[in-house]
Design a protein around this ligand. Sequence first.
Ligand SMILES: Cc1ncc(COP(=O)(O)O)c(C=O)c1O
Length: 206
Amino acid sequence: MELCRRHRVLVLEDVAYRELGFDGSTLPTLWSLGPDVVVQAGTFSKILMPGVRLGWAAGPAEVVAELANAKQNTDQCAGAFGQVLMEAYGRAGHFEAHAPAARALYAAPWAALGDALERHMPTGARWSRPSGGFFSWLALPEGLDAMGLRPAAEDAGVAYVPGHPFYPGEAGGAPEMRLSFSHLREDELAEAAKRLADVVRDAVSA
Ligand SMILES: Cc1ncc(COP(=O)(O)O)c(C=O)c1O
């Protein structure tokens, strides 16, 4: 934060999954450490429902004023009724009450996917072991390309998001992919990992 302050770098902190650590623990937010150099962007999509289309931004007043202008010029404003419902829900303490159930919802699916990746993925594949949220980030064995592997994965009935679009510019992320464990059942995730591992193994030996 001190370096950002000194060099006048504004940080955008995305806290979409912050409340969804499996064990409920959190680190201090960047915004709490440097409210003068950080804009924190949050969403209610992951902790309540995506359809409500509401989130928040906290940061230096002059930046937030510009954001408010941009928002008003884009869609006038978010629906007032939804905002009132959200405020009532929050003030009644429902976020805190609901959080343990939301965390528990994702811990077991990750355990199922993580176990199956350990069991089936060939040597050379690496993946993150998240302590919360919805995703693991997988790097393929040397020489493989996540975009190129997609047709074979689709034939096997497995979908993932290739890593490349997550990087700025043309380069980056080609051998990487995002695996989601937020939607499928545990047995489905285990099967998906096995099928994906077969696709990767075939590509390695091709
Ligand atoms: C990391 C991250 N940040 C922010 C968002 C924004 O969610 P929404 O547009 O539903 O508020 C998402 C949604 O998938 C996300 O994955």
